[in-house]
Write a protein that binds this ligand. Sequence first.
Ligand SMILES: [Zn+2]
Length: 423
Amino acid sequence: MSDTHELWSDKQPGLRNLRINAERMIAQIEALAAINRQQDGSCCRLALTDADIAGRRLVESWMRDAGLSIQIDQVGNIIAIRFGTENEMPVMTGSHIDTVATGGRLDGVLGVLAGLEVIRTLNDAGITTRKPLALAVFTNEEGVRFQPDMMGSLVFAGGLSATEAHASLAQDGVSLLDELERSNYVGATPCGEPRPSAYVELHIEQGPILDRENTILGVVENLQGISWQEFTVRGSSNHAGTTPMGLRRDAGYCAAAIAVFVRELVSKMGGAQVGTVGQINLFPNLVNVIAREAKLTVDLRNVDDELLDIAEQQLLKFVEGLAARENVTIESRRLANSKAVQFDDTIIRAIEHVAEDLGYPARRMTSGAGHDAQMIAQVAPAAMIFVPSVAGVSHNPKEHTKVEHLEIGANALLHTILRLAGV
Ligand SMILES: [Zn+2]
């Protein structure tokens, strides 16, 4: 794929003017948002509820109208194929259409419906790409009703078996398999098929950076690795007035010392390292009693896994020393641990070439949120395109992106796909 730039300009200069139909794409975004729209305007299509199923059926009908051949896999991922002139591994795009309970109309939906609009644009122009195209709707990205989140793409990438996913229980007691069977979405296609040669996903940023900087396209090059730990400090309660300082086993002091250490460590490391102590609970939590126990959380993130490991090790070393010095015990428990994801350099550069060719302002960035693309990146070269979220608002009915930015995002997706799939 190293020659994507040359391939573009040399072979098909006329294709440079190809553009998607924004009105047609937005009409579909609105139609999907109208399903089970709440009084406050928010979208509520939790994974595999009746509303989500209605949304899936509607999107499938549009896929068929566009001439696509639809496959459903064992966890209900919908993969729609447009054949290429050669029988190669497809270039895949897509995202999710399930929402949180107070969702906006664009989170996930944009990636799917822009992908569909790209395909209709190619249909209208009579263009068949060399590689096939695949448009994916991944099941249960949000993880509100069934855990884990990004489930469909995780299973697609082999990080979780279909059987494990099927056993996931909603709070109302039904399993994912129950809901897939009820809605006839247990497909015959094995998860992971067809394996893509490349994956590119368009998504709203869900953060404030592009909007604040007046940049239209975010070329997402990585996602942060995340480490969450909970520390439980055990000392002893005693009188705040009568206990000499040297004899205290003060869990409250230790919790505070850890919080201060995390800030100092992160400042010293610099770069992309961030750290947060977001929760401290003291027991018995009284004004005149030395705390016998403290529970606190530490959230460490970095785009570089090695640096994140170093941060964790330094924290543990500090905690061990603190426990010995203060005559307390400190237990740690891991709450979350996800690796950083580096997206594929060739696709990143292809997106940048497209932005440059079409004159759209773009910048490289890190995604602060999780996305299906990070799962697919385990099995195929992948990257993402972000468009601005006004004021960085998402998972909220006020989630908004200007129409011209949606259009530019979809055009960037079109031209990136053309480069990756070849003509
Ligand atoms: Zn999303």
